[in-house]
Ligand binder design. Structure first.
Ligand SMILES: [Zn+2]
Length: 407
């Protein structure tokens, strides 16, 4: 590839609009003030993920930054903040307070957050997963759509059951029944209502609740769990969940709803995407969008993409977790996928600041892979430019909005 061609590809990848298939935008306007620590606690640098706290004094911050020096989450977070807040240097112990005041000041500006999404991330569309209120979308952003998280249906055998987000479908959607058919009918009408009100997909984050293997269960066994007057034991909870999950897939198939599936990480012992293969096989009419590259099982996603025409591979979150894993995964998926239209990306962040970092990580991965493929003579520059647009924008647009690729 000549320098000019390389430049052309880089510019295209960095200037193109993106479709983020997955966000958890969290409106922080209720917070008394927003500073570096607020952004950290709403990011993958939070204690929940890193087991570290940035603290509030110089020493604690130094320890935090030193430990995370090579962590991908921090690398993109710092680049994002430096660019968005116009700082000369990346976040350090020395300039931390200056970052605090810039963030507080600029975030109070009207339209600032929208500008971050539209003019920096260059998002054309974002699919929001409001796990604290499934199916809801932030009203202030007209370019957002929503996905409907279905976890709670597997745990609503009584009013006391809850998924890992504390949600219970009976409490959320106001139904109560101990009849399995009625339960499934209620579930279907809630799903139909959510789709009618603008949701564009279903989302399973069940990899945080249980293994993503869902056995075929006899209806009579699931019916028994519902009729029980006592709370179900662990085995009955699993059995009920298995039955309900199959019913959700049936509904998705009947109504042609794309189904986003968290695979990898979560509860690592049960989240290998291979666990999900029987479901992919059982519901060939459902477009299953497998999230996160199945990290660390990215090859498994490649295998599923190779074998099943109803599998979509989503890089969502992966470039932020590990750019190296994302580069390797994308190289491989491009080679094995039977369709170039079944690979997409999402950022998976709560703030536009972290989302911007995620978008940079993704563009970096996309450029690396496409340029290496052209260098190696695998495909030509025009193909690379076309594939870049598909993965960054058009594939997701067609999955979730049903719009065809523009000429
Ligand atoms: Zn997510």
């Amino acid at each position: 590839m000549t320098d000019r061609e390389r430049k052309k590809l880089r510019e295209a990848v960095y200037a193109q609009p993106l479709f983020s298939s997955h966000e958890h935008y969290n409106d922080l306007s209720g917070e008394p003030s927003c500073d570096v620590n607020t952004l950290i606690s709403n990011s993958y640098l939070d204690e929940e993920w890193t087991f570290l706290k940035p603290g509030t004094d110089r020493n604690a911050r130094a320890v935090f930054l030193a430990n995370l020096r090579s962590k991908s989450y921090l690398r993109w977070f710092r680049e994002s903040l430096q660019t968005l807040y116009g700082m000369d240097e990346a976040l350090s112990v020395e300039n931390w307070k200056e970052y605090d005041s810039r963030i507080g000041e600029l975030r109070r500006g009207k339209g600032f957050l929208r500008k971050l999404y539209t003019e920096h991330c260059l998002y054309e569309c974002v699919v929001q997963d409001t796990y604290w209120s499934p199916g809801e979308m932030p009203p202030q952003f007209d370019f957002f759509r929503a996905t409907f998280r279905i976890n709670s249906f597997l745990y609503s055998y009584s009013r006391n059951g809850e998924d890992h987000n504390g949600n219970n479908a009976r409490r959320l959607y106001g139904f109560d029944t101990d009849d399995i058919d009625e339960y499934v009918r209620n579930m279907e009408s809630v799903i139909a209502e959510k789709m009618d009100s603008g949701c564009v997909a279903l989302k399973s984050a069940l990899a945080y609740d249980r293994p993503i293997a869902f056995e075929e269960v006899d209806k009579s066994a699931a019916a028994r769990v519902l009729r029980n007057k006592t709370e179900p034991d662990e085995e009955e909870v699993k059995l009920f969940g298995d039955y309900v999950f199959h019913q959700i897939c049936r509904i998705a198939q009947k109504r042609s709803i794309p189904f986003q599936i968290h695979t990898g990480l979560g509860l690592l012992w049960g989240s290998n995407p291979m666990n999900f293969e029987p479901i992919i096989r059982a519901y060939p009419g459902v477009s299953f969008v497998l999230f996160h590259g199945g990290y660390p099982w990215c090859h498994v996603i490649g295998g599923l993409l190779h074998n099943y025409p109803n599998v979509y591979a989503d890089l969502v979150w992966l470039p932020l977790i590990s750019p190296t894993a994302a580069v390797n995964a994308l190289h491989e998926w491009l080679e094995v996928s039977n369709s170039i239209f079944r690979i997409e990306w999402g950022s998976d962040c709560k703030t536009p600041e972290e989302s911007y970092g995620a978008s940079l990580a993704f563009r970096n991965v996309l450029f690396t892979v496409l340029s290496q493929k052209v260098e190696a003579g695998y495909f030509d520059l025009d193909t690379a430019l076309h594939i870049g647009r598909l993965i960054g924008l058009e594939n997701a647009r067609s999955v979730y909005l049903g719009t065809e690729e523009e000429a």
